[in-house]
Design a protein around this ligand. Structure first.
Ligand SMILES: *Cc1c(COP(=O)(O)O)cnc(C)c1O
Length: 384
């Protein structure tokens, strides 16, 4: 499909679905009603809008329960959540971290903030997530175990962690990735920023590795304005993450004593109030997003990315696979020209000058997907 005529049914479908005849149709707008207002106003009325308050704990408990994780730690945003997760699993300056080039820049930035460097391995065309075979090949060919650590032979640097990302909410083959990470003594941290509500083999994404990290930015499945959360089954990692995110203060009624040089990364109570209200709606959001995904998938002539085998995707963003880069660009031009927000995937990290010098394996699938895939409007409709 390369001429504009062929795309018109899709454009009409999107306009009809959202009930917007002419105005802007955003890629993924948040949806609030009285329930959010009630909790946020209640939070304001309580005066506990900041670092103290019950909503943070309630929001953490709700997310832990939903995902089946033992512990959850709310933080200021997903990027800092990834940074903190890498910190508590022991990432050191000069270490290497295996990850995918096909991701939002925050994944690589969280590694770089530790003065460590990402190593890019390829993704799969089917899942859009880190490819277990590419990961295994890199580790088998370029590393050796020394004193229980995975050493990159050529540079002598420690490969401390692996951060796969559940791209657009499509679960990666995370059980295989975990097995490989365990075999090579590499800590698995899941970038689950996009995958709240996505399951692999009936287990929630983010609960396979040592830690998983969600984002509640305004465009994600649910939002707290800005925010993030770490989940883990490891009581000590959870305790340490919470401690570091809250200035490492030793609990005391009036004394200010701190036992580590730490951070202020806590999520304000005001944001947590919004998040708690959003969590109540998550099941309804997911059901509606599945319906929209079905409708896109049933549109004649469209090649849509579908949830992989054994997986239940949240369909955060629906993904259309174009036939060529030229066709993709024409489609983006047409949609955006008509006030419908469609966008390509991210420019792969290894193609950004800031990450061009990083170690990497061959990335054919990364480049193929980045050239062809377009995200279509995927937010839920806001019923008033
Ligand atoms: C949104 C996102 C993040 C980080 O989110 P913020 O909350 O905006 O800091 C990290 N990784 C991926 C893949 C994301 O999509």
């Amino acid at each position: 499909m390369s001429n504009h005529q062929a795309w018109l049914p899709l454009i009409n479908f999107i306009r009809q679905h959202y009930g917007v005849a002419e105005g802007l149709i955003p890629l993924h707008a948040p949806c609030f009603d009285e329930a959010e207002k009630r909790l946020v106003v209640d939070c304001i009325d309580s005066t506990f809008v900041s670092s103290v308050g019950q909503y943070v704990t309630e929001f953490e408990q709700t997310v832990a329960e939903f995902t089946g994780a033992k512990h959850a730690v709310a933080v200021v945003n997903g990027t800092m959540g990834l940074y903190l997760a890498l910190k508590v699993v022991g990432l050191q300056p000069n270490d290497l971290v295996l990850t995918q080039s096909l991701s939002f820049v925050a994944t690589a930035n969280a590694i770089k903030m530790h003065q460590a460097d990402p190593v890019f391995v390829d993704v799969e065309r089917e899942t859009l997530g880190l490819c277990p075979d590419s990961l295994n090949a890199f580790l088998a060919e370029q590393t050796q175990l020394k004193n229980g650590q995975c050493i990159h032979r050529q540079t002598g640097r420690v490969i401390r962690a692996c951060v796969p990302m559940h791209t657009l909410g499509f679960p990666a083959r995370i059980d295989q990735i975990l097995e490989i990470c365990n075999q090579y003594h590499v800590a698995l941290v899941e970038d689950a920023a996009e995958s709240l509500g996505s399951f692999y083999k009936a287990q929630h994404t983010g609960t396979f590795g040592k830690m998983g990290v969600f984002s509640f930015n305004g465009n994600k499945v649910i939002t707290t304005g800005g925010g993030g959360m770490l989940i883990t089954d490891d009581t000590e990692l959870a305790r340490h993450a919470k401690h570091l995110s809250t200035t490492a203060k030793i609990p005391h009624a009036w004394l200010f004593e701190h036992d580590e040089a730490a951070y202020n990364m806590r999520m304000p109570n005001l944001n947590a109030a919004l998040g708690l209200a959003q969590m109540q709606k998550l099941p309804a959001f997911l059901a509606e997003k599945h319906q929209l995904a079905q409708a896109y998938q049933q549109s004649p002539g469209l090649v849509m990315i579908k949830q992989p085998k054994n997986a239940q995707a949240n369909y955060w963003l629906n993904a259309l696979q174009c036939e060529s880069e030229v066709e993709r660009d024409a489609f983006l031009e047409l949609c955006n020209g008509q006030n419908i927000q469609a966008r390509p995937l991210w420019t792969p990290m290894h193609q950004l000058p800031i990450y061009a010098d990083c170690l990497r394996s061959e990335l054919p699938n990364t480049e193929w997907l980045a050239a062809l895939v377009v995200n279509l409007p995927s937010g839920v409709k806001c019923h008033d």
